[in-house]
Structures are given as structure tokens and as C-alpha cells.
Design a protein around this ligand. Structure first.
Ligand code: PLP
Length: 450
């Protein structure tokens, strides 16, 4: 390994980081990581900390999953690459499609389309939705509706349905025909709703209103995360997704569920859709599908949609999209091993109680630190929203979350900051002592900004 000074200097000079201002590499040099073990990460200076970010919500089984590592190594020996475009396929991609249908996909969903990651999965789902309507002779259904604060990756379709202007403005004009409704964000909601249930009904009403306003025959799909993640961990009331499902059904609008974060255990259930008891039409996954060890994604598609494509005899059902790395054999092997491990370990059974402990601990901290404006969480995805004035809900200055992050890291826990939110999404294998440590480091962070 190159020495620490070499790495710091060349990171700043040659490495252009995603999701960062280029000047940041000098002003706030990123932590250079060199090792991972269990739920811990180690940086180039040898500092070891609990990874309360879980990689990027994806290393659900931690950094030491031997079966996943072995599957990757074995597959590199057996067949490191081949395309799955028409005419060829591979054994691992087939096994993966079988496993996903067998366990994770909802009933009536037996087909998977493979991608290289979350943003790719979103684009594929949006395109499937439009094509499905077109095959059925409803080619006017081209529009998408999504939630404010939703995050759906960074391709043009994804940012067009993204509900946060930060990810959109520099890249406009975006895809035409994308509309947003206020989501289930109780802490700052435009209706003055006081309960999550009331807000769920109001947001659902907004969806129906928007569909009516646009004209139902122009709307292809509604897309949502079961728990909004990057937007600040915003769980809806348990009734919300069911209300949305009914409205979509009533108006012939497809429901695309973005499970890039929530699939495979994070909410405390195998998938977010199952968590809320709803069947999507298209389900986008990525991230934890390979435990984060290989870039890979899958879109699962309801049989009733698949059959429209299969039954087409006009040629309109030809799927002329896909990626060089769709069904990559090494990624598929990693995903097969991850799915087998996930079914064996059932990490959602740990995510539920550990997440409840974490949320309760954060709520207790909120009683002692005025800077905590809101605490939210579902399973092992939690957030605290930092405010400089509780009554006015004024977000803290930009420097505060970074000071928080630095203090928590020095105390032995890596946390993620996004705007004025501190996000905690550790691997799903954390135990009670790890949760206690995450909470004590969170308190160190709060002391730094209080
Ligand atoms: N959808 C959601 C809900 C996400 O959280 C993300 C990434 O964080 C994406 C899509 C995009 O995934 P990727 O970064 O793998 O392209």
C-alpha cells in the first residue's frame, strides 16, 4: 500500500469524488479507508470504527461474509464475464433469478431483469412502465409521479423523479412529464397535519388529485421508496403504501417501488413492500443484493406485466434495453451467495429489535439535546434532524453536521450526514453493544454541536 501522505495528496489532486464539491478534497479531506472486518472499518491511519453507515446502506451482512467472498473468487476462476444479451446467459444469473422469485419477490412476481446498480434499476423500471402501456395500446400513459424528498439515483430519469432540487437543478432540463406530491414527512408537512396517519391520507389524496389533474390516461406510474432514505429516513404511516396501491389500481397507474435500500432486511422485514403489506408492479433493488461487494441490481416484474410483453405479437414487446453488465456472472455469483446467506441469517429479525433500541436511544438523546429537532426510523435506518431553533425548526448551519460527524468518528463510529440530517444505517448484524456504542458516539457528536 502507498503511504498515507501519498494517498492524501493524490486523492486531492487526481480523484474526482461523486457527491462532493471538488474543492472539498482539500478543505475537508475524505477519510481514506483501507480495511473492513465484521461491522468495523479501518482507515489509513489505523483508526478503527463501527460503520454506522453500512457502506452506503448496502453492507447488510458486514465486511467479513466469507461465503460471498468465496463465491466471487470462485466465479472469477470459472467465468469472469459474459453478456446476457439475447443468445447467451450464465448459470449464476439463472440461479439468482430463481432465488429472488423463490423468496424475496412478492407473490405473482417471478421475473427479474438484471442491472449494474440502483440508478440503472430505476431507469429500467421507468422504461418498462412506459412500454407496458404502449403495448397495451395506452401509449398516452407516459408521465411519472413521485414523492418530494424521494431519491432514485442519478441518471436522467432518476433525477427527473427525484424529490430534492439539490440533485436536479444543475442538470436541468430533465425528463418531461414528471410530477411530485408532498410525502409522509410529518416534521415539515405543508398541510399542518399533526399525525402520521392524517398525513398519509392527505398525501394519498394529493396523489389522486394529481392523477386527476394530469388525466389518468396520461400517467404511467407512481414511484416511491417504502421508507424514504437519502431524503432523511422518512418512514410513512403503515397505511400509506396501501392507500397508494388502491389509488394506482383504481386509475390503471403502475406502482414502482424503489427498494434499492429497503430490500433484503433493512426495515425489519425481508423487503419494504412486505413490511407494509403491499404488492408492487415493479420492484427495484441493488445495493445489499451483493452485500455491497459487487455492483449489481435487479428489477423484479409482476407476472401480469410480463405476460403483456410475452403475449405481444406486434414486436412492441421487444425489450431493447439492457447493460453490458446485466447479469454479470461475478455479480450474480455474489448475489446468489448473498441471498443464500440472507435467507439463512434472516438479518431482518435482528434489524427490527436493534433498530427499535437505536430509535429509543435517539429519542432519549432528543430529550437532553435541544439541537435534535426530529428523530425518525424504521428497522435499522434512523435519522436525527439537527436544528438551531427547535420552535422555528431552523436547520443547523452547514458546518454543524460535519463537526458532528468528526466528533462521532473520533469517538469510534462513522455516521453519515446529509443536509441537516445525521443518518444511521449500520450493517444488520450489529449487536446490542454496537448499538450502545453508536448511541454514545452520537452523543459525542451532539456535544460537539450543542
Ligand atoms: N434508489 C434509492 C432509494 C437509493 O437510495 C439509491 C442510492 O442510494 C439509488 C436508487 C441509486 O442507486 P445507485 O447509487 O446504486 O445507482
Amino acid at each position: 500500500m502507498k503511504d498515507s501522505n501519498f494517498l492524501k495528496e493524490h486523492n486531492a489532486r487526481q480523484f474526482w469524488h461523486p457527491m462532493a464539491h471538488p474543492a472539498d478534497s482539500n478543505a475537508n479531506p475524505p477519510t481514506i479507508l483501507t480495511g473492513g472486518e465484521g461491522v468495523y472499518i479501518t482507515d489509513v491511519d489505523g483508526h478503527r470504527s463501527i460503520d454506522a453507515v453500512g457502506g452506503l446502506w448496502n453492507v447488510n451482512l458486514g465486511y467479513s461474509s466469507a461465503p460471498v467472498k468465496a463465491a466471487i473468487a470462485d466465479q472469477l476462476e470459472a467465468l469472469p464475464y459474459y453478456s446476457t444479451f439475447r443468445g447467451t446467459t450464465n448459470d449464476k444469473a439463472i440461479e439468482l433469478a430463481y432465488l429472488l422469485a423463490d423468496f424475496f419477490a412478492p407473490d405473482g412476481m417471478t421475473r427479474s431483469f438484471f442491472t449494474s446498480g440502483g440508478s440503472d434499476s430505476i431507469e429500467i423500471a421507468l422504461k418498462f412502465a412506459r412500454q407496458y402501456h404502449r403495448i397495451r395500446g395506452e401509449g398516452t400513459r407516459t408521465k411519472f409521479i413521485s414523492l418530494e424528498k424521494g431519491y432514485h439515483g442519478t441518471h436522467f430519469g432518476g433525477i427527473s423523479i427525484n424529490g430534492n432540487s439539490k440533485f436536479r437543478n444543475a442538470y436541468e432540463p430533465l425528463l418531461a412529464g414528471c410530477y411530485h406530491i408532498p410525502g409522509p414527512y410529518l416534521y415539515r408537512n405543508p398541510f399542518g397535519a399533526e399525525t402520521a396517519e392524517e398525513l398519509a391520507h392527505l398525501s394519498a389524496k394529493m396523489l389522486e388529485r394529481e392523477i386527476a389533474f394530469q388525466g389518468a390516461n396520461t400517467v404511467a406510474a407512481f414511484i416511491m421508496e417504502p421508507v424514504l432514505g437519502a431524503g432523511g429516513v422518512i418512514p410513512p404511516h403503515p397505511s400509506f403504501m396501501g392507500l397508494v396501491r388502491d389509488i394506482c389500481d383504481k386509475h390503471g397507474v403502475l406502482l414502482i417501488v424503489d427498494e434499492v435500500i429497503t430490500a433484503f432486511g433493512r426495515t425489519g422485514s425481508p423487503t419494504g413492500s412486505r413490511h407494509w403489506g403491499v404488492q408492487p408492479d415493479l420492484m427495484c433493488t441493488a445495493k445489499a443484493i451483493t452485500n455491497g461487494y459487487f455492483p449489481f441490481g435487479a428489477v423484479m416484474i409482476a407476472d401480469r406485466i410480463v405476460s403483456v410483453f410475452e403475449d405481444d405479437r406486434s414486436g412492441a414487446g421487444s425489450v431493447d434495453m439492457g447493460y453490458t453488465y446485466s447479469g454479470h456472472p461475478v455479480g450474480a455469483a455474489a448475489a446468489v451467495a448473498t441471498m443464500q446467506e440472507t435467507v439463512r441469517i434472516k438479518p431482518w429479525e435482528n434489524a427490527g429489535p436493534r433498530g427499535a433500541e437505536m430509535k429509543a436511544g435517539l429519542q432519549e438523546l432528543a430529550t437532553r439535546y435541544e439541537v435534535v429537532g426530529d428523530v425518525r426510523g424504521e428497522g435499522l435506518m434512523c435519522a436525527i434532524e439537527l436544528v438551531s431553533d427547535r420552535a422555528a425548526k431552523t436547520p443547523v448551519s452547514k458546518a454543524a453536521p460535519l463537526a458532528f460527524q468528526k466528533a462521532a468518528y473520533e469517538d469510534g463510529v462513522m455516521v453519515r450526514v446529509s443536509g441537516n440530517n445525521v443518518i444511521l444505517s449500520p450493517p444488520l448484524i450489529v449487536d446490542e453493544s454496537h448499538v450502545r456504542k453508536i448511541l454514545s458516539a452520537t452523543e459525542a457528536g451532539l456535544k460537539a454541536v450543542a
